[in-house]
Design a binder for this molecule. Structure first.
Ligand SMILES: NC(=O)c1ccc[n+]([C@@H]2O[C@H](COP(=O)([O-])OP(=O)(O)OC[C@H]3O[C@@H](n4cnc5c(N)ncnc54)[C@H](O)[C@@H]3O)[C@@H](O)[C@H]2O)c1
Length: 401
């Protein structure tokens, strides 16, 4: 029998990523929930669903009782915990978008809800499911680096991606959105934790919003790009969106519900000047985590990079690994032999193949052919580190966990 899935939140992740991949993997997208009627109709048509399968709030969906096998929670950041708890109360298995929650206390509430339920939570830490990061984990397990001592991981956000999501987009202000580190990098903190193989003990962090502020605006800049006289601004929305694929993210974010791109740029948030204000997320941040086994990991997340990828350096007593996600390259340096072995890994697909990898692993779990791919309990430390790092960044402290 086909697994019946309800999609709560039919935005980019819920509809364009998970619903598509789930349908392609043989699941039945049975219910769609979203407050935007035009978007609901658009997504319903993709899956051959009628209006009776479309609801406007997750409260309405849960009021129906148990009418599917599993739910995807892909609502905005501040609406993850409540629908997840409600789904667990009905025994649903849940695919839960990150961030898991916005308050540290909610982690315990979710764990308790899961413990009391027949359902299990799979957290969308999709990077774990990429062939690239699976190869890193396998290499570490093989012992080829000796004892792991240090990790240096960089999340290169890309200047235009940061401007899209964290200046103009949904994550421009925290609250209501998650703090930058939690919103952008819970994946990376999850990887640090997994590679260290030990509990985080101390966290420090530095970073700020240095550029996307009114006092950084070029002289004469207008509040909207459409009538701005400044030339050569890389953040000019007219240079960012129209040249890109109209059928792909991020342009689809502007044109959802059939809005013409020109109208979105003229009137919507994505045509606003990046220096016009309203945003408060740091545009660069570095976190240092000391783990109980002595491994020290750093993560640097920055808007000011030319491309959008992860780069890493894992330093062991007998070898070093340097990696570049976009190129799929892993260079394994062996100190004793002086050799470098280059491993090239397939990185096609969104999130380097992680979205497809996670959905396929979740479907295998729903069919009871495999375990939960990214369990809730294992994913919590990434969030604990992120909460501590935000306190450390704001207060200038070293936080003990
Ligand atoms: N795992 C990852 O790598 C990854 C990547 C990007 C985003 N995310 C996370 O996924 C989540 C969704 O992000 P997105 O990019 O799809 O955002 P989005 O804004 O495109 O989609 C969110 C959708 O939820 C809908 N919604 C709002 N309130 C609702 C309610 N009460 N009931 C049902 N639907 C409701 C909105 O109308 C919207 O369509 C966010 O929490 C985001 O942080 C995760």
């Amino acid at each position: 029998m086909r697994v019946r899935v309800a999609i709560l939140g039919c935005g980019n992740r819920g509809a364009d990523v998970y619903a598509r991949l789930l349908a392609a993997g043989g699941a039945q997208v049975a219910w769609l929930v979203d407050p935007r009627p035009a978007r609901l109709a658009e997504v319903a048509a993709r899956h051959g669903l009628g209006p009776e399968a479309c609801l406007t709030h997750w409260e309405e969906f849960f009021a129906l009782g148990r009418v599917a096998d599993a739910v995807v929670v892909a609502t905005p950041d501040d609406e993850h915990v409540e629908p997840c708890v409600r789904a667990l109360a009905l025994g649903y298995d849940v695919l839960l978008e990150k961030p898991i929650c916005l308050e540290e206390a909610e982690l315990g509430r979710l764990l308790a809800a899961e413990a009391a339920s027949a359902g299990r939570v799979t957290v969308c830490h999709v990077l774990r499911a990429t062939p690239f990061f699976r190869a890193v984990a396998a290499g570490l397990r093989s012992g080829r680096l000796g004892r792991l001592v240090g990790i240096s991981l960089a999340e290169n956000v890309a200047w235009w991606h940061y401007a899209h999501s964290y200046v103009r987009g949904n994550w421009r202000a925290s609250p209501p959105a998650a703090p930058f580190l939690l919103a952008k990098s819970s994946h990376d903190l999850d990887l640090l934790r997994a590679w260290a193989g030990s509990e985080p003990q101390r966290v420090s962090s530095a970073g700020d919003l240095v550029h996307f502020r009114r006092d950084e605006a070029p002289p004469g800049a207008a509040d909207r790009c459409g009538h701005c006289p400044v030339t050569g601004c890389p953040y000019d929305a007219r240079r960012i969106y129209p040249p890109r694929d109209p059928q792909a993210w991020p342009v689809t974010v502007l044109t959802a519900e059939g809005v013409p791109l020109a109208d979105a740029l003229a009137h919507g948030p994505y045509g606003r000047c990046v220096y016009a204000g309203g945003n408060n997320q740091p545009d660069h941040q570095t976190v240092t985590v000391t783990f109980a086994n002595g491994v020290v990991g750093t993560l640097t997340v920055s808007a000011f990079t030319h491309n959008n990828t992860r780069t890493l350096k894992l330093m062991g007593t007998h070898g070093e690994l340097r990696g570049h996600l976009e190129r799929g390259e892993l260079d394994w340096h062996d100190f004793a032999s002086g050799t470098v072995l280059r491993e090239v890994v397939d990185t096609t697909g969104t999130h380097g193949g992680g979205d497809a990898g996670l959905v396929s692993a979740w479907l295998a779990f729903l069919r009871r052919e495999a375990d939960v791919p990214t369990p809730l309990a294992e994913s919590l430390d990434s969030h604990r580190i992120a909460f501590a790092a935000e306190r450390a960044r704001q207060r200038g402290t070293v936080e003990a966990l």
